[in-house]
Design a protein around this ligand. Structure first.
Ligand code: ARG
Length: 390
């Protein structure tokens, strides 16, 4: 009889490396899957490590383009920020990776899916909900939740005794998750909410005091809610994000330090870095202010909050998320135009905007020449407005 096969969400780190061996010990043939969402780590050496430990295959899937277009840009168009601050970079990456794993499991005729998430976080939920939706009935294994290697020391001992290569660098201080849309940093010193994050928590963003003294102006062009050009030059989505991450990071833009509420009920202190996203959200919001009517803006903001909760709580592949996206897409038809922004010492500010779909009418707004607003109508309007309360 052929061995039972499992597809493992593999990162190349210690946990998922140990998991390969742990699953092998339990009779599995282990197929590693690495979803490349722009984490920028060395996938080739991670692949080699997986094979050396004993994986039968290690597949690297390039998900970058799909991740930006079908996940990150949807969140941007919706204006989703979890608890008003977090752009959901990690949360958005889980469903796309999990979905790709399911497709791989079908191709490889695997009977199980595994991941390296702990039992305290959100990521386990995001992976497993996607597994359940996309491959109902498949076996799900979460070794870190059930194994006996409960401390880092015991895990390292296990690794050494099983000849699993452990990176000889100093113990990793933080738990870091990276992709094109942002970086999440947690653990270590950050667990003390009173403690100021050290400079070693700055991964892609420069601390303000190390940024240029001259502000940088950039102009972004949007078409249908999607950014398409920077300073007059067209970019493909992935390249645009890379470019803005570098620019924003250099000027200290896009850091968030927050305490958030995890789905499982724990509060946790998190640092996020998302320079491109911070710039794009500022620009996109500024453009919507100009082109959307008031009622749509207000209603859309309510949905944005709900959308952020769906994404955060692992409910990407659900009817409500898809329906909100349909609504959002319908609002985005008019979100075309240009926004000029200033990046300076950790801040991004909007300094100009224009659009052929603008609802800003100078002739109505002006206090100068050419005013067409009939002020005599205001009295009757206010009388009726107040009537019910009088
Ligand atoms: N708290 C964030 C979230 O739930 C980030 C989790 C990041 N994971 C990590 N290994 N650092 O989306």
């Amino acid at each position: 009889m052929s061995k039972k096969k499992v597809v493992l969400a593999y990162s190349g780190g210690l946990d998922t490396s140990v998991i390969i061996r742990w699953l092998m010990d339990r009779g599995y043939e282990v197929i590693c899957y690495m979803g490349d969402v722009g984490q920028g780590s060395d996938t080739e050496s991670a692949r080699e490590r997986a094979m050396r430990i004993g994986a039968s295959k290690c597949i690297v899937g390039d998900l970058k383009r799909e991740f930006v277009k079908e996940y990150a840009f949807r969140a941007l168009k919706a204006g989703a920020l979890y608890q008003g601050k977090y752009n959901l970079a990690t949360a958005l990456s889980r469903p796309i990776i999990a979905d790709a794993m399911v497709r791989e499991a079908v191709r490889q005729k695997a009977s199980a899916l595994a991941h390296g998430c702990t039992g305290k976080g959100n990521d386990q939920v995001r992976f497993e909900v996607t597994f359940h939706v996309k491959a109902p009935g498949i076996k799900v294994i979460a070794p870190v939740r059930e194994w006996e290697l409960t401390t880092r020391e015991s895990e390292i001992d296990y690794a050494i005794s099983n000849k699993i290569p452990v990176e000889q660098t100093r113990e990793k201080l933080y738990s870091i998750d990276k992709n094109l849309w942002g970086i999440s940093v947690e653990g270590g010193d950050l667990e003390d909410p009173w403690k100021e994050p050290g400079e070693d928590t700055y991964i892609s963003v420069k601390p303000a005091r190390k940024t240029p003294d001259v502000p940088k102006n950039v102009t972004l062009k949007f078409s249908g809610g999607i950014p398409v050009a920077l300073d007059g030059k067209k970019y493909r989505p992935v390249e645009l994000i890379e470019k803005l991450n570098a620019l924003g990071g250099k000027h200290g833009v896009g850091r968030v330090d927050m305490i958030e509420d995890r789905l499982v009920g724990i509060k946790s202190r998190e640092i996020y870095e998302a320079p491109a996203s911070a710039i794009l959200y500022a620009a996109h919001t500024a453009l919507e202010e100009m082109v959307l009517d008031r009622a749509t803006r207000e209603y859309k903001a309510l949905l944005a909050q709900r959308y952020s909760e769906l994404v955060y709580n692992g409910l990407w592949f659900t009817p409500l998320r898809e329906s909100i996206d349909a609504f959002v897409d319908s609002t985005q038809k008019s979100v075309s135009g240009e926004v000029r922004l200033k990046l300076y010492k950790g801040s991004v500010s909007v300094s100009g905007r224009k659009s052929a779909r603008s609802r800003y009418k100078l002739a109505l707004a002006t206090y100068g020449e050419g005013d067409v607003f009939d002020q005599s109508l205001a009295k009757g309007f206010i009388d009726l407005w107040a009537m019910p309360y009088r």
